[in-house]
Design a binder for this molecule. Structure first.
Ligand SMILES: [Zn+2]
Length: 433
């Protein structure tokens, strides 16, 4: 019996709730087991309790390593894979000088396929099992990413970028064409397998009011699609937006007028919001994707996590590659900690891990599918080595010697010193990538 069941032994950790709401919001089994049947989690608990119950099934031993849900990256641009780490510009120049030229190549399906494959494999190498990604204006870029993700049964959320102004000719559509193409991509991909369609007006500077309204109409017609865009990333961007939309009292209102501020909307950055904008985002149940490596790299500013938490805004952590400088959500958590330190908020390691796993799954309405080890969830999980480098190893030995080799110190070491080198294995629906 049990030959389709696999038991993974190791240190098992997941969240059951938000650590901001309760101190016992997580499960941690130092000698634990995760049990998977046909890609689905069927059990999780102490190894001693589960070893008899699943006697005879295949065992995979990751003792001493951490088994946790895969990371969810809620804001990333796959067509920017080639232009990561380009020197010296702030947002608007960076888009014109680096991003737009790179995105033009995605009119070629072959190029899109090649970069999509690189991108998905790079996510796996970094322990990311779900992402919400921007494609480009070209339908081919969306087809490529959904196709590649489908080969791996990965939960992929993406959509065609809408841009009908302030971009080079090869990268613009029109309000009508953007709507027509988005609709046919929704029909082709949304909820096919694990794919989800994300209606993607890039940001207000590159979308006319007609285009934003068309995006809102599409979401109304397909209410279980998602919306992603950028909001209040950079001060020059905010000034330009308000001069392009003279009737609006603030940036958020541009999106509100188009029906784009919903509980399925993910706004990248949100660094320079007014109190009123924060409250309206919280009331709408919208999600803010905080992208610390990008915000530091482009000099955009410091997101105020404490204020967001106080007002009740849902925040997730995200990489924003290619302005973000790493695919690793470990690195991203480490940088988020530093950004919050500059704000006088030493964010807890549990809060940051939550915002890359169950917190992100809940924010994206995926908690019935991924983000934790609840029974019935898809087996999207990762295995981490706490001490993949000499520096991590000597830190570990010090903590062990002093009786402090405990969960929060372990996680904080991963967050501060960790990266792709700490990812031992990435599983999607129980299959090792
Ligand atoms: Zn972005």
């Amino acid at each position: 019996m049990n030959d389709t069941i696999k038991l993974y032994r190791g240190e098992v950790f997941d969240f059951t709730d938000s650590p901001l709401d309760r101190s016992d919001a997580f499960r941690y089994f130092p000698d634990g087991a995760l049990v998977v049947k046909e890609g689905i989690i069927i059990d999780c608990g102490p190894f001693k309790e589960l070893e008899d119950r699943y006697a005879g099934c295949e065992r995979i031993d990751y003792s001493g390593k951490l088994i946790m849900p895969g990371f969810i990256d809620s804001h990333i641009h796959y067509p920017q894979a080639e232009i990561i780490g380009m020197y010296g510009k702030q947002l608007l120049e960076w888009l014109n000088d680096y991003t737009f030229p790179a995105e033009q190549a995605f009119s070629s399906p072959e190029h899109a396929e090649r970069i999509a494959r690189f991108f998905v494999q790079e996510l796996f190498r970094n322990g990311t099992t779900t992402c919400m990604a921007y494609a480009t204006v070209h339908a081919a870029s969306v087809n490529a990413l959904f196709s590649v993700a489908s080969e791996y049964n990965m939960c992929m959320m993406t959509g065609k970028v809408l841009m009908d102004r302030n971009a080079p000719d090869g990268l613009t559509d029109t309000a009508v064409r953007g709507e027509v193409e988005s609709r046919s991509l929704i029909e082709a991909w949304h909820k096919k397998g694990r794919n989800r369609y994300v209606i993607t007006p890039r940001f207000a500077i590159s979308c006319s009011n007609e285009q934003l309204k068309a995006a809102g109409r599409l979401h109304e017609q397909y209410p279980d699609t998602y919306i992603q865009t950028h909001l209040s990333e950079n001060k020059e961007e905010i000034c330009n937006t308000l001069s392009l939309c003279p009737g609006c009292r603030d940036y958020l209102e541009v999106y509100e007028r188009a029906g784009l501020v919903t509980d399925r909307s993910v706004f990248g950055h949100c660094i320079h919001l007014s109190d009123s904008e924060c409250r309206r985002l919280a009331e709408a149940g919208s999600v803010i994707a905080h992208c610390p490596t990008s915000n530091l790299f482009l000099g955009s500013g410091l997101y105020d996590m404490r204020q967001a938490n106080r007002i009740g805004m849902q925040t997730t952590l995200a990489t924003d590659v290619g302005a973000g400088t790493s695919y690793s959500l470990l690195r991203t958590m480490g940088e988020s900690y530093k950004v919050q330190q500059l704000n006088g908020y030493p964010m807890s390691v549990l809060e940051s891990f939550y915002k890359c796993t169950l917190g992100a799954a809940k924010a994206l309405h995926l908690e019935d599918e991924t983000g934790s080890f609840e029974k019935g969830r898809k087996a999207d999980f990762i295995v981490l080595d706490y001490a993949a480098t000499p520096s991590q190893q000597i830190r570990r030995e010090y903590l062990e010697r002093n009786g402090k080799w405990e969960l929060e110190n372990k996680l904080f070491g991963l967050q501060t010193l960790g990266d792709d080198r700490n990812i031992v294995a990435t599983y999607i629906m129980g299959k090792r990538m």
